[in-house]
Design a protein around this ligand. Structure first.
Ligand SMILES: Nc1ncnc2c1ncn2[C@@H]1O[C@H](COP(=O)(O)OP(=O)(O)OP(=O)(O)O)[C@@H](O)[C@H]1O
Ligand SMILES: [Mg+2]
Length: 233
């Protein structure tokens, strides 16, 4: 496949944001999905790259699991989640014959697919590309950062949950961690049954439940991302 020298398929992407966490199940895919929806409602074009190769959950959260990726001259056409084509998504979930198939791969195979995800998805013009990762700091993360570094990612959104055992982290732990690390604290998303229900049913939480508990935090995080992005755009 021929690549242009100007950044290829990522050349039309303005801002790349990675979503990471040390632990599993803390809400990375939830945050990736909801921030994408909030940015889209703010009028932005958003792509989501799901590099959680062993546990892809975004297709289900966006009710896109039955869709397919197609090939075009410049690579894979991502799945468009909405009719307006303002959210596009690429996930290994679309490449498996059965969406629930287990992927048991060693590092090199994972690295190769992530490299291909970074170069071969025809995103077109995007304001934001959100990259949802598996838990931890493993092969997938190193491969992702290596592949995306030339495109100068805007930053990483670190998701954490309160720990009950250590006093300092029992509440406000994320805020304290941000302060200690000298990075901006973007917000605290409360547990919200309407959010988990929306994710299970593939509903657009941001559109349907603006009065719910988690909405203000999600829209505030999206607003801060927009503010941080604006001087660069
Ligand atoms: N604020 C919230 N309120 C209610 N439920 C939530 C919230 N955040 C996440 N959840 C629920 O918690 C579960 C785990 O969330 P999610 O899949 O986003 O975590 P993850 O960090 O991506 O997990 P993994 O490490 O397995 O990829 C999901 O079922 C989701 O619906
Ligand atoms: Mg996840």
């Amino acid at each position: 496949m021929e690549r242009s020298q100007d950044g290829g398929n990522l050349s039309g992407v303005q801002h790349i944001i990675l979503v990471l966490s040390g632990k599993g199940g803390v809400g990375k895919s939830t945050i990736s999905t909801e921030i994408a929806l909030a940015l889209r409602h703010a009028g932005k074009k958003v792509g989501i790259l799901d590099v959680d190769l062993c546990g892809p959950s975004i297709p289900r959260m966006l009710n896109a699991q039955s869709k397919d990726v197609h090939q075009c001259d410049s690579g894979w056409v991502p799945v468009y989640v909405d009719q307006e084509k303002s959210i596009s998504l690429m996930s290994i979930g679309f490449l498996l014959e059965h969406p629930d198939d287990a992927v048991v791969w060693r590092g090199p195979k994972k690295n190769a697919l992530i490299k291909q995800f970074a170069s071969d998805v025809a995103w077109g013009d995007l304001d934001f590309l959100i990259v949802d990762t598996p838990p931890g700091t493993s092969d997938e993360h190193i491969a992702t950062v290596d592949a995306l570094r030339p495109f100068n990612p805007m930053g990483a959104l670190l998701v954490t949950t309160p720990q009950e055992c250590t006093n300092i982290f029992s509440k406000g732990g994320g805020e304290e961690l941000a302060r200690l690390s000298g990075v901006p604290f973007l917000g605290c998303v409360p547990l919200d049954p309407l959010l988990s229900q929306s994710l299970e049913q593939g509903k657009d939480f941001v559109q349907e439940f603006p009065n719910s508990a988690a909405y203000p935090a999600i829209s505030s995080i999206a607003r801060q991302i927009l503010d941080m992005a604006s001087p660069r755009s």
